[in-house]
Design a protein around this ligand. Sequence first.
Ligand SMILES: *Cc1c(COP(=O)(O)O)cnc(C)c1O
Length: 453
Amino acid sequence: MEKLRYERPIIRKLNAGLVNKFGTQARSEVVSHLEGASVKALIREYGSPLFVLSEQQIRRSYQNMSRIFKTRYPKVQFAWSYKTNYLNAVCRIFHQEGSWAEVVSGFEYEKALGNGVPGKMIIFNGPDKTEDQLVMAARNDSLIHIDHFDELYTLLRLSEEFQLKPRVAIRVNMDTGIYPKWDRFGFNFENGQAWNAINKITDSDRLNLVGLHCHIGTFMLDTNAYAIAASRLCELAWRIRDKHGKTIQYLDLGGGFPSTNTLKGSYLPGSDTVPTIDQFADAITSVILGFGFSKEELPLLILETGRAMIDDAGYLLGTVLANKRLSDGRSSTILDIGVNSLFTAFWYDHKVSPAQEGGQYTEETVLYGPLCMNIDVIRESVSLPLLNKGDHLVVHKVGAYNMTQWMQFITLRPNVVLLDHESHPKLIRKAETIESIESQEQIPEHLLINSLS
Ligand SMILES: *Cc1c(COP(=O)(O)O)cnc(C)c1O
């Protein structure tokens, strides 16, 4: 039998909270395995920290969301938001499931082509498209979503010059009751900009206006904001039909649905507070179905859901480097996971689980990252059993934005492993090395001389 571990005694203040006289329950359950794969073995094989993604969870989330929308509306198409996670293996799972690609830069556009997405299934968003990229997208018959008047005029000129008639939509922003307003992208509805842009497009005959787009925010907690957005796009589509006799083929409601992560400062966990996808789907589809389009005229509904489709499928495994008592007596733990790899620690209170049995006592602990930087905090306060140097931890719901916004700061980015459809680990992005990072650097001749010896 394994020798029982010594547990240092602690004195804990009784914390009379709402739940019972012993305060809120703070039991942290041990997560030693992910889909049957041992955390310890994964770290032994691939190092620490380590990102792990679950293919099964990604497919489940996609299929679930797809079912929710398709049972409420006859024509639905998802487009994977590349910037949420553009590891090629991840994008290809979504494309296998039937997702188009939604990209916001030339770099992402090329990634989508590289992943085998036909040009006509790429939605090109964002305020930054070069002339070359616009021409390429037009030639590939992609859906170009125009962001501002300067882009519209450029595209009109290029279409004339290269004898093209690209399929376009405009991005529309509007007052959805969410403040501060997201009015920096696209054309404003209320001040008439959107209608003005539409008239310029339809009267020019150089562009084929096929859709209307909006993306009203991210981690949206109000389903009514989507109802307002959907009704504004319907109004525009209706006016286009009236004035120009042209049927708009699709309405793209963008992304922005929340994941079940807990925003910092929230009183209750995200899983208890965020609206369900069903509620968002109800809000959007009821408006479009009720607007007055005939069955044949109903526009295709496109969704560019990112965060809500992948956050759950990502884990970050890490290791305890040290424990430290802070000057005010609080307990703190230093991990090898910092904000360089877990960018979302800036706005989420991520759920953290120990990966092995600890003691029965828990203590409020600050979790620090390894960086020499004061803001490198993973959790300001989390209740965990006593951890020892070398113990492992699992951070949950990290699939969205971390693997695109991670920083190469002080140290190198870690391996990323996919637990495939049979839960077998497959390396999908190699950890960086000093060679891979320095391969981009060049040293001027006169600095090659080393005067230290
Ligand atoms: C980022 C982005 C998305 C995805 O947003 P989520 O909040 O992750 O769902 C969709 N569309 C556009 C235009 C975006 O910029």
